[in-house]
Design a protein around this ligand. Structure first.
Ligand SMILES: Nc1ncnc2c1ncn2[C@@H]1O[C@H](COP(=O)(O)OP(=O)(O)O)[C@@H](O)[C@H]1O
Ligand SMILES: [Mg+2]
Length: 377
């Protein structure tokens, strides 16, 4: 997970000074937009209604032609690519799923493979693979018709159809916008699990900040006149809005949202030295780890010398809220952050949280109480 705008991934989607003016409109719909989506990442486009999110997305697969500027996808200027070919190599998922009502679910998912001339066997195998991927039992669903499915299931079919020809790039325009909140939350979780497997480069439009923070590796905040105000990782957009517009847009709930929605791998973590692995200086955080890389105990926690601090670990996919909760519950000034195999990946220290931004902990007194508790008072 990226911690800042610096990334080693190459941009899969790149917009350079892209402007779109519709005839008869005073303001451009999209204004001199520079945007990069690194390979394998999800960039969320967010902003008030009419700020040019959909227009930006539709220019990427040439449903709308830009007035000026350049759009490069996977190294190719999209204006040099045949439109049909371009659309087949980019998945497109929209809110009004647009399933053909008189076609079976299987036929709907197979739309693009059919256009590509895949044979029956390959197409059928792909349909079943995709149904399973989006959590629907192939034999129960492939022969049904769209109206026999719930809204959430239809939306899963929309995602499956977008993925059918295994495109490197997916464009998604408020795909979960019309779904009830409980189902939406589940679809978002499934979507993230799916992305772990398929690792597509995704540009995703939403007007829901919670969705943007939850799903995005980065968030692009748009304002009126199609201007990009900020492009950064979710924690930065919430804690360091680039200007007054973004500050107002992310609003007062930023601190709480950040705690609940930012996962630890979005946070700058401390390095932890392994005990016995080499030279240790005074300020180093040192842990004993077993042969499998799992942390066993703290060997040295700077600022807390001579105190036996229990080693509490938290999964890197857990929220910042969970980490703070663990620190307060166990009265520790630091938690170890581990991966799925419980291997040590870093640490989160209380003082980094309270010093970085005041609003991480809502009141100064809570911070002091916890610091006291952490110091063993
Ligand atoms: N086909 C069109 N013709 C004229 N104006 C359009 C067209 N599509 C969008 N617009 C205008 O462009 C602006 C941006 O629209 P849009 O990209 O749909 O915004 P968003 O998706 O952020 O709500 C709006 O002012 C909208 O009215
Ligand atoms: Mg829109």
């Amino acid at each position: 997970m990226p911690e800042s705008l610096t990334t080693t991934a190459r941009p899969m989607i790149e917009l350079q000074q892209v402007t779109k003016r519709f005839a008869g409109q005073a303001e451009p719909a999209v204004n001199a937009l520079d945007l990069q989506v690194p390979e394998g990442e999800i960039v969320m486009l967010i902003g008030p209604s009419g700020c040019g999110k959909t227009t930006s997305l539709k220019m990427m697969n040439r449903l709308i032609e830009p007035s000026s500027g350049r759009i490069v996808i996977n190294g190719e200027d999209v204006t040099d690519v045949d439109v049909d070919k371009l659309r087949r190599t980019i998945g497109y998922v929209i809110q009004q799923v647009g399933l053909f009502p008189h076609w079976t679910i299987g036929a709907n998912i197979a739309t693009v493979p059919k256009m590509l001339g895949w044979d029956k066997k390959r197409t059928a195998a792909r349909v079943d693979e995709l149904l399973a991927l989006v959590g629907l039992e192939p034999k129960d669903y492939r022969d049904r018709y769209p109206k026999e499915l719930s809204g959430g299931q239809q939306q899963r079919i929309g995602v499956a159809r977008g993925l059918a020809a295994d495109p490197a790039v997916m464009l998604m325009d408020e795909p979960f916008g019309a779904i009830d909140p409980v189902t939406r939350d589940r679809l978002q979780d499934e979507f993230l699990a799916l992305q772990e497997q398929v690792k597509k480069t995704i540009c995703f439009v939403t007007h829901d900040l919670t969705e943007a923070v939850k799903l995005g590796d980065r968030i692009a905040v748009f304002g009126q006149g199609g201007r990009l105000h900020q492009l950064d990782v979710p924690s930065k957009v919430l804690s360091e809005p680039a200007d007054d517009f973004v500050a107002e847009f992310v609003g007062g709930g930023a601190a709480v949202r950040r705690l609940a929605l930012v996962t630890l791998d979005d946070m700058p973590l401390r390095d932890v030295l392994k005990a016995g692995a080499g030279r240790v200086s005074r300020g180093d955080l040192v842990a004993e780890v077993d042969g499998g890389g799992k942390p066993r105990r703290w060997a040295s926690v700077p600022g807390h010398e001579g105190r036996d601090i229990p080693l509490i670990y938290v999964d890197k996919d857990a929220s910042l809220h969970t980490a703070v909760d663990e620190m307060l519950t166990h009265h520790v000034p630091v938690v170890a952050v581990v991966d799925g195999a419980r291997r040590l990946v870093g640490a989160l220290r209380w003082e980094d949280l309270v010093n970085e931004r005041d609003e991480v902990v809502p009141t100064g007194s809570a911070g002091t109480a916890a610091a006291d508790a952490a110091a063993g008072a």
